[in-house]
Design a protein around this ligand. Structure first.
Ligand code: NAG
Ligand code: NAG
Ligand code: NAG
Ligand code: NAG
Ligand code: NAG
Length: 505
């Protein structure tokens, strides 16, 4: 198929090799005179096939000359990867004006109203962006061998914009595109280095994944509407494109190996805020976040949530590299709170947390030597699991744990009696079972639903020292993938307890 943006070079494979250039944009007829050295002008939307036909018939007459048609994607292909911003601006104006002229024709406007445009070549895309300013449907690019996808004069895409599985594309640019009504999806563009959308300020979702060479990103500075953002497997260094957005449904940033910072002024995240598996140096800064439905912070070097007050579902802090983690205003966690395997973490501030409606899991944080960072915690809706090397647990205000309790530390200084005996008649644990292991001593107890201690056993773990080491390490080793299962079993336990309570009323 003829690339309309390109020149055609015709080469004679005879003794006299003379290239003939046919410039598209002017009309070509089959009656065109064929003279060596002549520059032919080609007009309306002619196809490669027509041209070849023309010359094939000519060839028949003018033997022994054989004709070969080479298509060169001159402008775009040769200069694309190194576009200067000057060129960007220039082509933006020109293309924008052309699109405006074209859209007046109603015949073309019908094209623009199509539900789905499946673009397979630069020629098709060129024609489309020359004809339309607004596409009412979805634009999908599924086959494209040129290095640059240029949306030229397009200003609005009311549906989605989908670009998938194109190993040759190095740049996607859209100088005039202001809105994407649906999802801007990029998947598996393994050579893409640059996304240049300098006026894009309104979109529903961005879902970019498997763009491992993407280093340059331009969106409008005044993004006014964005709901969901997923960035996965890019080479971006920083993300601060969301300065003005206060309300998001999803922010999911994962597997960006070079990412150094994420900064957002978002105040609430309705579904999921998750940052995981990026560069080990990643700093994240959410100075205005007040609540998130669920929140995952994983593999991060530093984090600030100075305003965070609620996490409505689960809150996971896993395998991070920071020494301090502070959420001084956090009041409640609606699901499970997990602080797991943060090997450098020594200072935790949950000083305002009063209620955790799911379970509480503090595990394998090797520098946490006291679990005393929940001074206001009164109630836990699920179970407790404390695993590690700590020598003390201090929860002065804790009055009710609806699930069971598992406390296991390698430190023999830990006093298990505060868990397995009741202070004034009743245990705070209502979930049936308490197991507290400190060093080589294991205490187990059963409690009734109203907290009465039913029995209590103390056993010495009778294993050789090196096996102890292994056992405690293995048990201290928590598979993070089991957290959802853990959360589930906690909720299940809680539901069963509730049913029992109701049944016994
Ligand atoms: C954002 O900037 C673009 C031009 O860059 C403009 O067309 C648009 O109206 C602006 N939107 C807001 C909400 O300021
Ligand atoms: C967070 O919430 C979203 C939507 O509510 C859900 O799809 C996702 O699985 C949740 N993630 C976790 C870790 O609970
Ligand atoms: C999360 O909790 C906050 C504070 O209680 C509340 O305003 C918000 O509506 C809740 N969000 C969801 C999705 O339940
Ligand atoms: C708890 O939160 C309140 C505001 O809700 C704040 O004034 C107080 O300082 C917080 N307490 C701590 C210990 O940070
Ligand atoms: C638990 O922490 C220790 C370091 O104290 C580490 O060696 C071990 O690998 C961790 N567990 C897992 C599953 O990574």
């Amino acid at each position: 198929m003829l690339n309309l943006t390109s020149f055609l070079t015709l080469t004679f494979t005879s003794s006299s090799k003379i290239p003939i250039q046919i410039k598209t944009g002017t009309l070509m007829r089959s009656s065109v005179a064929f003279t060596t050295g002549l520059i032919l002008s080609v007009g309306s939307l002619t196809s490669c096939y027509d041209i070849q036909q023309t010359f094939e018939s000519v060839r028949d007459i003018t033997r022994p000359h054989a004709v070969r048609v080479n298509i060169h994607h001159l402008d775009k292909r040769d200069t694309a990867p190194a576009f200067s911003s000057l060129q960007d601006e220039w082509s933006a104006d020109v293309v924008g004006m052309q699109a405006m002229r074209f859209e007046k024709s109603t015949a073309v406007a019908e094209i623009c109203a199509k539900e789905l445009h499946n673009i397979e070549s630069a020629g098709q895309l060129y024609q489309l962006q020359q004809s339309c300013r607004t596409l009412s449907g979805t634009l999908q690019i599924s086959d494209f061998i040129d290095p640059v996808i240029d949306l030229g004069g397009l200003q609005n895409i009311n549906g989605d914009f989908i670009v998938e599985n194109l190993p040759d594309v190095v740049r996607i640019q859209a100088h005039n595109l202001a809105t994407i009504g649906g999802t801007f999806k990029i998947d598996s563009l393994t050579s893409l280095t640059s996304i240049y959308f300098p006026v894009l300020h309104h979109f529903d979702a961005i879902e970019w994944k498997v763009v491992p060479t993407l280093t340059s990103l331009s969106l409008a500075p005044n993004i006014s509407h964005a709901k969901r953002l997923t960035l996965s497997d890019t080479s971006l260094i920083g993300i601060d494109a969301l300065e003005r957005i206060e309300d998001l449904d999803i922010l999911n940033i994962n597997n960006n190996r070079f990412l150094e910072y994420v900064k957002s002024n978002v105040k609430q995240v309705n579904e999921q805020l998750s940052v995981s598996s990026n560069s080990k140096e990643l700093r994240i800064d959410f100075p205005s976040l007040i609540w998130a439905n669920n929140l995952t912070v994983r593999d991060v070097a530093s984090v600030t949530f100075p305003q965070l007050q609620y996490v409505n579902q689960s809150f996971e802090v896993i395998e991070n590299n920071f020494e301090r983690f502070e959420t001084p205003l956090l009041k409640t966690v609606g699901g499970t709170l997990g602080v797991i395997q943060n090997t450098h973490l020594s200072h935790i501030d949950f000083s305002n947390v009063t209620t955790i409606q799911g379970g509480l899991m503090i595990a394998n944080n090797s520098n946490v030597d006291k679990i005393d960072f929940l001074p206001e915690l009164r109630e836990i809706g699920g179970a407790i699991q404390f695993i590690g090397t700590f020598h003390e647990t201090v929860l002065p205000k804790l009055r009710l744990v609806r699930g069971s309790a598992l406390v296991r530390t390698t430190s023999s200084a830990m006093d298990c009696s505060k868990w397995t005996t009741s202070i004034n008649g009743n245990s705070v644990i209502r979930g049936g079972k308490i197991v507290c292991t400190s060093g080589q001593t294991r205490n187990t107890a059963r409690v009734s639903e109203d907290g009465q201690l039913l029995d209590h056993h103390e056993t010495q773990l009778d294993v050789k020292p090196d096996t102890i080491q292994k056992t405690s390490l293995a048990s201290g080793t928590l598979d993070k993938s089991k957290l959802p299962a853990f959360a589930w079993s906690l909720s299940l336990g809680w539901i069963v307890t509730m049913i029992c309570l109701v049944a016994t009323q």
